[in-house]
Every structure is written in structure tokens, then in C-alpha cells.
Design a protein around this ligand. Structure first.
Ligand SMILES: O=C1O[C@H](COP(=O)(O)O)[C@@H](O)[C@H](O)[C@H]1O
Length: 232
């Protein structure tokens, strides 16, 4: 519905600034109700942010961390978002946090998504913080252009939870929270870096179908103001 652009000189400054904002939100949630939750993205962009956030002095034992989306691969895979979070976020002070994975060693991705929906339903809704990324094709979470279940994932009537997604640009089958699970976070962030992603964002902000650039669903329909963090 509304967006605010936070611009930083470089990726290191952005990582610190975003870690400050996110840790303040988590600390406020802990002060209010004794617990906090955050859903984070994978990909190459969030590593420096994760390293900055895990050093923040908050009561991490009261924080639950999960993923916005995941590949249907075990955590031993170097394509696993769980592995990325384990190596870069669940470190330092944040090692005390709880982690709820989306991947489960089920026979099918559908079965894994059902288990992930059940397990993540134990996290109070809405999330206190959601940190989205964006691909150069305009995808966010695993809402890929041409995705097999894209309409269902973006439909506000689709329940909170995790569904599967397959798409030409996705590689492995994906597990993704639905739009309805993410758009109303207490602090809703889009974290992007580089001139290329800024240009993609500009195209997404212009007229066009949501299904062509699914990030448009967040830009246009999110219940929470979208906080865009960007550095060249
Ligand atoms: O596929 C994915 O990519 C996006 C963006 O990744 P990046 O490497 O360009 O930062 C990410 O937000 C999403 O979680 C991930 O599954």
C-alpha cells in the first residue's frame, strides 16, 4: 500500500542499518509479549545483514526464526536456505534463537509443505518481521513468474501456510509461505542491492500484471507499509 525507501552508501552500511531496525522490532515484540518472530529470505543478498543481526544484543532465546521460502533440498545442500541461515544468522548471540525449517525429509514436496504449514502454525501470526528479497525476474519469496501455483500463492484468500512452487527460473521445487502469511508483518522489509535490482524495482512499480513481476503483489497490496532497503 505504501513504501518507504531507505538508501545506504554501500552494502556494509545497509547491513548495519537494517540490523538496527530489525533488532529494535524484535526487542519491542519481546518487551510487549515475551516472544518475537522473523521470517528471512535466502539468496546471496542477506549474508552481511545476517552477520550484523546475529551480533545484536537482544534476548535471542525468545526469538523464533523461519524462512520466507526454501528449496526442497536437505540442509546439507549448498542450495539450502536453512544452511545459509545456520552459517550466517544462527551464530554469535543469535545461536540461542529457535529455528523452524520449511524443508522436511518427506517423500514429496507436497508432504513437506504440509508439515511445514503445521509446524509454522505454532508461530504467532502475523510475523513481527519479514525480510523479503527480490530476483531480477521480479520474483519474491518463491512467487516466480510462470510458477505452477502462482495465482494460489498470491490470492489473499489462500490461507496462511506453506505451499509448493515449481517454475522454470526456480531450479528445484520450492516451498514458500503464501502472500497472506507475509504481507501483514509488523515490519515488512524488501532488501535489495545494486543498480540492476533498483531498475527491476522501477519496472515493478510501473503498470503491468502482478503475475509478470510477483513483487508487485507486495508493492500494491501488502497490508503493512513496505520498507525498502537499498544500496548500490
Ligand atoms: O530464489 C531466491 O532468490 C531471491 C533473491 O536472491 P538473490 O540471490 O538475488 O539475493 C531470494 O529472495 C529468495 O529467498 C530465494 O529463494
Amino acid at each position: 500500500m505504501s513504501e518507504t525507501l531507505h538508501t545506504y552508501e554501500n552494502g556494509a552500511a545497509l547491513a548495519e542499518g537494517l540490523a538496527d531496525a530489525v533488532s529494535a522490532r524484535l526487542a519491542a515484540a519481546i518487551a510487549e509479549r515475551g516472544a518475537a518472530s522473523i521470517a528471512v529470505s535466502g539468496g546471496s543478498t542477506p549474508k552481511a545483514f545476517f552477520r550484523a543481526l546475529c551480533a545484536r544484543d537482544i534476548d535471542w532465546a525468545k526469538v523464533t526464526i523461519t524462512l520466507v521460502d526454501e528449496r526442497f533440498v536437505p540442509p546439507e545442500s549448498d542450495r539450502s536456505n536453512h544452511a545459509l541461515v545456520a552459517a550466517n544468522l544462527m551464530q554469535n548471540r543469535a545461536a540461542a534463537a529457535q529455528f523452524v525449517p520449511l524443508y522436511h525429509a518427506a517423500a514429496t514436496a507436497e508432504a513437506a509443505a504440509a508439515i511445514a504449514s503445521e509446524k509454522t502454525a505454532g508461530i504467532a501470526a502475523p510475523f513481527d518481521v519479514v525480510v523479503l528479497g527480490m530476483g531480477t525476474d521480479g520474483h519474491t519469496a518463491s512467487f516466480f513468474p510462470g510458477g505452477t501455483r502462482l495465482e494460489e500463492a498470491l490470492d489473499p484468500a489462500t490461507r496462511r501456510g506453506v505451499i509448493t512452487m515449481e517454475a522454470a527460473g526456480a531450479g528445484e521445487t520450492r516451498l514458500t509461505f503464501t502472500f497472506s502469511s507475509l504481507h501483514d508483518a509488523g515490519y515488512l522489509v524488501l532488501h535489495i542491492e545494486g543498480e540492476g535490482k533498483r531498475e527491476v524495482l522501477g519496472r515493478a512499480e510501473a503498470a503491468g500484471e502482478e503475475t509478470e513481476m510477483p513483487i508487485r503483489a507486495m508493492l500494491r497490496r501488502a497490508a503493512s507499509p513496505l520498507q525498502i532497503y537499498w544500496a548500490p
